[in-house]
Design a protein. Sequence first.
Length: 95
Amino acid sequence: MSELVKDMALTEADFRRLIPKALDGWDYRMEGTKVEAGTAERGIAISLSPLPTRTLGGLLKLERHRVEIAFRGLEKPEQEGFLRQFDQAFQRGGG
């Protein structure tokens, strides 16, 4: 099993809203802040844990979460492909 940890500036509501796009093509189930996709032999487990809010310039507060992604039975290219899809699903535009 391979694991990855991300520190992401997002709310739990954003996570719930965007996770279907990140898991497009996977059967998944969500319980609380844990997501299981695929099967016991070949799949992905994702968990969300709150981190302290980050304050920028005294005015802007960013809610943060630790996102842990664990792969089961996926080859390195499949993991990399999923991570590209995951990052695109959670990407925000600049302005």
